[in-house]
Structure formats: structure tokens, C-alpha cells
Design a protein around this ligand. Sequence first.
Ligand SMILES: NC(=O)c1ccc[n+]([C@@H]2O[C@H](COP(=O)([O-])OP(=O)(O)OC[C@H]3O[C@@H](n4cnc5c(N)ncnc54)[C@H](O)[C@@H]3O)[C@@H](O)[C@H]2O)c1
Length: 387
Amino acid sequence: MAKKNLTVGLIGYQFMGKAHSSAYRQVNRFFDLPLQVRMKTICGRTESKVSEAAETLGWEGYALNYHDVLADPEIDVIDIATPGNMHCEIAIAAAEAGKIVWCEKPIGNTLDEAERMHAAIQKAGVLNGVYHNYRKAPAVALAKQMIDDGTLGEIHHMRAVYLQDWITDPNFPLVWRLQKSVAGSGTHGDLTSHLIDLGRYLVGDFEEVSGLLHTFVNERPLLDDSQGGLGEAGSAVGGTKGKVDVDDASMFIGRFKCGALASFEATRFAQGRKNHGKFEINGSKGSVVFCLERLNELEYYDASDPSSCQGVKLIQATDASHPYAGNYWPVGHIIGYEHTFVNWVADAVQAVHDGGPISPNFEDGLKNQIVLDAVERSAATRSWVSI
Ligand SMILES: NC(=O)c1ccc[n+]([C@@H]2O[C@H](COP(=O)([O-])OP(=O)(O)OC[C@H]3O[C@@H](n4cnc5c(N)ncnc54)[C@H](O)[C@@H]3O)[C@@H](O)[C@H]2O)c1
């Protein structure tokens, strides 16, 4: 018997639009799910581009205004993959329209937006999810299992970095990610939000933080406004410069409620580092290390090994016994970045069928934003902030 459809409308067709579309195309091919994802409508503002995206990415049709997607009674899920300045407006309207809402991270550009989004989904009683996809890497989910089952013992430290280098050139243009009005913040909301989510997922909620935000390059060449000045592919760089009003680097130390200590750093100025999202967690019985650039692997140190053969071992999280891995290839046949999104969607589709909740969801998004906001306030006041 044909499965019931879960029909999706996706807002945004570039980086995350492509990643989410890939996941929707693949999820029912790798996972045995109770619902079939139907890719009905993709939405963007430029007809030539969104129509091409619809065809390339596998959507039945396209729309130029997200309100038209919300008005479609066949659509169950609204997926928001736009820059942050549109998340709040679209999410609240989608919740009010009774849709399931899946949103990219961070859910809002400010804490106030995140609170309003969270209130809207609660009031409407709709299922909701936030695309913190790194939780869904098999090696990260394995680390979570090892922490939850006590393998690592009492957790003492989480040390996390997210290092990139794509704006070290001062002539790199003022794309939307460097504009507060569009992105909300710079490295902080973009990269530190991922680290905070991993921290909350693996170790638990934060108790207090002390942060530092810094901007190395304060003005950059403006883009040709023919693309709306948002730095879409093909935008030309003009001669004049505009102010960078977001952070280039974001760091904080903190304490988790469980007593563990946190040291988190994210930057777009780490020459040589491309997408180096890495964490190390030290517990009383052992340690684990994960790096996104080698996402199939989890380093593990077991302190109970005899001293003669102690050392860090490398677990390749591709065995059928590892989370998600059994849905893909025989052991040793690795998966990639895009599969973290497939795994996210698989979990979300199952949760929708089961009546929820989806994990992570807007409550996680709000708690993440509370930490982001606390770090910003701490940096501004040069003081510790309680969560
Ligand atoms: N989960 C992750 O690992 C990850 C990675 C990158 C980006 N993100 C998040 O995804 C979101 C989008 O980032 P991106 O890298 O895909 O950006 P992008 O610039 O590549 O794409 C943004 C898309 O939004 C569309 N858009 C903008 N305003 C719109 C509107 N009013 N109506 C309809 N469409 C509109 C643009 O046309 C474009 O297609 C951001 O919140 C970002 O933080 C998450």
C-alpha cells in the first residue's frame, strides 16, 4: 500500500535549500519510514533562479512569495532556509497557518525573535524542528550514547572550536552574513550556535558564561545591489565600502549545570581552517574527540585500559550498530556532510508520524539563543552572565 505523503514547502534555494532538498530526495531511499516525503513547492524571489532550482533540486513546482506556500492546503511542512532576518516572520505565519515548521539555525536573529517564534508554535500547537544537523552525524550520536550510558563517567570538560578562514581577505565583500540587519550576528550565530547545540545535546544546559566578540575588519567592499545586496552567487563587488556590524570571532568560557567546564571558540579568521568544527569531551573514565572534517570518526580514550596499552583509539562510526550507520553502506563505507541532513529529516519524519516531539526543536532553538544572547551581553559588559 502506498505510504501517506508528508508534503513539504521549502523557502530558500541556495546552500541550505540544496542541502535540505538533497535530504528530502534521499530520505525514503535509505530509511524505512512510515511517511513518504513529497517535494511540492520551493520558494524564492527571483523567478529565473527559483524555477531552475525547482528543476535541478527535484521540486514539483515553485513560488515567488512564501504566503502562497502557506496558503496551499496540501502542504504539511514549511521549511525555512532563508537568512535569519526572515525566519521569525515566516515561522510565526506558518505556525498560525497550522503548518509543521522546520527552521534553520539559529532560529531567530535576536532572543526576542526566538521567544516570539517559540510562543507562536506553542500557541498553535504545531510540531517544530530546528536544523542542528551536526547532532545527527553517527559519530556525534555515538558520543551522546557513551556519555548517557556512563562510559565517559562524570564529565569535566567540553572544549569546542569552529574554525573557518573565508573572510581573512579584507577585500572579501560585505555579503549578508556580515550584515547585522540580515544575519543578526556574525560568527556567533552562524558557528557558535552549532557548538552551543552540541554542548547542550552532549553535556547539558549551561549555568553561566563569560564571552568575547571581536571584529577584525570593520569595513568591506559593497556588493552590486542587483542581487539585493545579499551576496548571492554572481553578485559583483563595487568600489565603495560599507560597515561590518557583526563579529568576526566569538569566544566564551562557561560552566554547565552539571558542573563541567566549557571553552568554546568560533572564528572566520583561522587561516588554513575551512570547516573545522571540533570538540573534545573529557570525563572521569575517558575522553572523546570529534571533528566535522573527519565526520565518520570518533576518537576515544578509555582510562580503564591497562597502562601498558593505553592510548587514543579511532572508532569509525560506520558499523551497523552505530546510530544511523546501518541505513547506509556496509561497514567502512563512509558517509558525508549531506547525510547529516538526511538523518535529521529521517528523525523528523518519524517524529511527525509518532506525534512528536521532533529533536532538536524550537525549545532547543530558544535555549540556544538564550546562551548566544548571554554571551553577547557578557562581551558588552565584560562580566559573567547567568543563564
Ligand atoms: N545547518 C547548517 O549547517 C547551516 C549551514 C549554513 C547555513 N545555515 C543557515 O541556513 C540559513 C540560510 O543560509 P544559507 O547558507 O542557505 O543562505 P544562502 O544565501 O545560500 O540562501 C538563502 C536563500 O534564502 C532566499 N531568500 C532570502 N530572503 C527570502 C525571502 N524573503 N523569500 C524567499 N526566499 C528568500 C535566497 O534567495 C536564498 O535562496 C541561515 O539561517 C543559516 O544560518 C545552516
